[in-house]
Ligand binder design. Structure first.
Ligand code: C5P
Length: 393
């Protein structure tokens, strides 16, 4: 489904329609009333070989936006003006395009087009972010001459680039189908008494992002998640909630034999109180001693029982001699790949939406990634894991 809004870039939608049809897609064009001043519905219906919808209802037809929203495998809104962007970000449904957008269950892609200053305005940037939080995919503006005579960012992505972005998404989205992926994420809480525990600051965001990305690539995903305030959105992810390291260990041991890839992103407490008091410990004296005992190391145990064809990935968080320590863990725990978290960089690590990591494999040069969103880090990590599969075959 191709949605067109009222921008001068709408003339490029004719070429986009043509390219989509050539790629084998069935294209249903929706236009806002403003778009029809820039390009004729007749041009688009001729190219798409279907009637173009420009109104929710007209004298001779009632276009059911719910049916249209369910019909499409993808919705592409190109060009998307600042006004229509603001409507989508705020759930307004005052024309056929905005109404279908609200009903669409398929992946939505949007290619904004506007003048430089409109694009840079904080409200526009905020609206773009808003759509991204709904899971919609931005096809970023390109730089160059603008219709206003100004030059800079704001041009709609070229139709060829839009088609490339769709191809990337749909090829990639199935690249892990048939694979079973186990992920541990979040902190663990080790009880001291009924109201207190030993824990850590892990938010679970990185592991949840990996689970979402693997599910989006068609993998069958089991996520063993410690006490995090967050949870995955994708309904296809099997979520197993645990509290303590020992519960996480049991759940991971049970799920491991059936999985192809296990990714240990959890920040597991190394030690737990030897006994958890049955009643709340009373305050008395200036000192309180807790005796701690070691928790089982999940990654180490899975590394020992790993069979050929199974891949085990660990995380490392180090404060000094980071790479050497990470490589040591890679070997000791029999991992295929270790992700080294950088604590030095602003925006990386616990609680942030972004992360800066290095990917380390035995015998390979360390691959340092830029600071990027945790979802983008997850995509890079899964690309690397997929290349392990292909190298093996
Ligand atoms: O040894 P260290 O805790 O630094 O190793 C970190 C890696 O080992 C992470 O992948 C973490 O999820 C995993 N780990 C584990 N069980 C533990 C401790 C760490 O799975 N008890």
């Amino acid at each position: 489904m191709l949605g067109i809004t009222g921008s001068i870039a709408a003339y490029k939608s004719a070429l986009l329609t043509r390219l989509l049809i050539k790629a084998g897609a069935e294209v249903q064009v929706l236009m806002t009333p403003a778009a029809t001043s820039f390009i004729s519905p007749l041009t688009l219906s001729t190219l798409s070989r279907r009637s173009v919808y420009t109104q929710v209802s007209s004298e001779d037809s009632w276009n059911n936006h719910v049916d249209l929203g369910l019909w499409a495998d993808a919705m592409i809104i190109a060009p998307l003006t600042a006004t229509s962007l603001a409507k989508l970000a705020n759930g307004l449904a005052d024309n056929i395009l905005t109404a279908v957008y609200l009903s669409a269950r398929c992946p939505v892609f949007f290619a904004p087009a506007m003048d430089l200053d409109m694009w840079m305005h904080p409200s526009t940037q905020q609206n773009v972010k808003q759509l991204q939080t709904y899971g919609n995919h931005l096809i970023d503006v390109e730089e160059g001459e603008l219709a206003s005579g100004l030059s800079g960012a704001g041009r709609m992505a070229e139709p060829e680039h839009i088609v490339q972005a769709l191809n990337r998404f749909f090829n990639r989205s199935l690249s892990m189908s048939g694979k079973s992926v186990l992920i541990t994420a979040g902190p663990t809480y080790e009880p001291i008494d009924p109201v207190r525990f030993i824990g850590n600051h892990s938010s679970g965001k990185m592991g949840i992002a990996i689970a979402e990305e693997a599910a989006a690539r068609g993998a069958s995903v089991t996520l063993i998640l410690g006490p995090s305030a967050l949870q995955p959105e994708s309904e296809s992810i099997r979520l197993h909630r645990v509290t303590t390291a020992r519960e996480m260990y049991d759940a991971a041991m049970a799920a491991f034999p059936a999985c192809d890839v296990a990714i240990m992103a959890a920040a597991v407490a190394d030690y737990r109180p030897a006994t958890a008091a049955e009643e709340k410990i009373k305050k008395k004296g200036d000192h309180l001693e807790l005796q701690l005992v070691k928790n089982p190391d999940i990654a180490l145990t899975l590394g020992q029982s790993k069979t050929p064809g199974q891949y085990l990935i660990g995380f490392a968080l180090e404060t000094h001699n980071a790479e050497a320590h990470a490589r040591g863990k890679l070997q000791r725990k029999n991992l295929d790949l270790i992700v080294l978290n950088s604590l030095q960089d602003e925006g990386a690590g616990f609680g942030h939406d972004t992360n800066k990591v290095s990917l380390i494999r035995a015998g390979n040069k360390t691959r340092e990634l830029e600071l990027k969103t945790k979802r983008a880090v997850a995509a890079d990590l899964l690309d690397e894991i997929e290349s392990l599969f292909t190298e093996k075959n």
